[in-house]
Design a protein around this ligand. Structure first.
Ligand SMILES: Nc1nc2c(ncn2[C@@H]2O[C@H](COP(=O)(O)OP(=O)(O)O)[C@@H](O)[C@H]2O)c(=O)[nH]1
Ligand SMILES: [Mg+2]
Length: 282
């Protein structure tokens, strides 16, 4: 039997992810030979497979914070629907792969079915009426396959946002309000699950400069359910171009937020995804 002291077989400490895969499988093999209980062996084998998968990075923040624009800027493409209301936005996964030309989107339904869908299907999710809401309520998440090299290592998840704002100016039926509440609850739960289970989380912080520090911190903790940890989370102060004052003071602003959230966020960066997309298209 090999032992960790066996120089020829000992894994080196500067292991790359692939080496880590081999190391974990090697350790599982040792445990199997030693006839140890199968549960930890299975766990090591599961971890070995996981290190070869792309990291899942969830983009989280309030409605209209600028998440989808940020995801589009990262991908250099306008795939994530921008400016959606909280009732029609879906959870979108962007994974590496080759999309089907006619049916580029995979829809994962709450029923457990998976279907291939067209762009026209996405248009049906743009309304703010009961039919759109019914459709959105049945969807667990959508998946886009893209041949973007960035996605080889990272799967991006765009989430709808957690603030449930009732549009008081519109007359809504009881069915509409019930469906809306159901959808908001589900999306809230799923976003909090993603925030805690994703490999890394990007918190998009919008319009924080106008809020008082206390109100901002309270909103952040409400958003994250207190689950953010600096080990795998960064903050992004988005839409800094919207107000000249914010643009000017962006460095002081992100420094202040980073100090206030030093246990929750590894770092905070000022960005303007809107400007980036505009530059990309000129
Ligand atoms: N000026 C400006 N507008 C932005 C920027 N990012 C997003 N927006 C706008 O803010 C609104 C909400 O953006 P969206 O990405 O849909 O927010 P989400 O709800 O968090 O996904 C849209 O009208 C965007 O065009 C930015 O960097 N600059
Ligand atoms: Mg969005």
């Amino acid at each position: 039997m090999q032992t960790p002291g066996d120089a020829a077989n000992a894994p080196t400490t500067d292991a790359s992810p692939d080496d880590l895969h081999d190391l974990l499988r090697w350790a599982a093999g040792l445990l199997r030979e030693a006839k140890l209980p199968s549960r930890p062996i299975g766990e090591l084998e599961r971890l070995a497979e996981q290190v070869r998968q792309p990291c899942v990075v969830a983009v989280v923040g309030r409605v209209k914070a600028g998440k989808s624009t940020f995801v589009n800027a990262l991908l250099g493409d306008d795939l994530a629907q921008v400016g959606t209301t909280e009732t029609t936005a879906t959870i979108n996964y962007f994974r590496y792969g080759t999309p089907d030309a006619e049916l580029p989107v995979r829809c994962y339904w709450h029923s457990g079915h998976v279907t291939a869908e067209s762009r026209a299907f996405l248009d049906r999710l743009q309304g703010n009426d009961i039919d759109t809401l019914r459709l959105a309520t049945d969807i667990h998440h959508l998946e886009y396959l893209l041949p973007n090299p960035y996605l080889r290592d990272v799967t991006l998840v765009d989430t709808p946002g957690l603030a449930a704002v009732v549009d008081k100016h519109q007359q809504r039926t009881a069915e509409f309000m019930n469906l809306r509440d159901q959808l908001c609850e589900r999306q809230h739960a799923e976003t909090q699950r993603l925030s805690s289970e994703a490999d890394a989380v990007i918190y998009v912080l919008g319009s924080v400069a106008r809020a008082s520090d206390a109100a901002f911190l309270e909103a952040f903790r409400d958003l994250t359910g207190g689950g953010s940890r600096a080990i795998n989370a960064i903050g992004v102060l988005a839409r800094i171009d919207v107000q000249p004052q914010i643009l000017q003071q962006r460095h002081a602003l992100v420094d202040r937020i980073a100090r206030q959230l030093e246990r929750e966020l590894n770092a905070v960066y000022p960005i303007s995804a809107g400007l980036q997309r505009a530059l990309d298209t000129v």
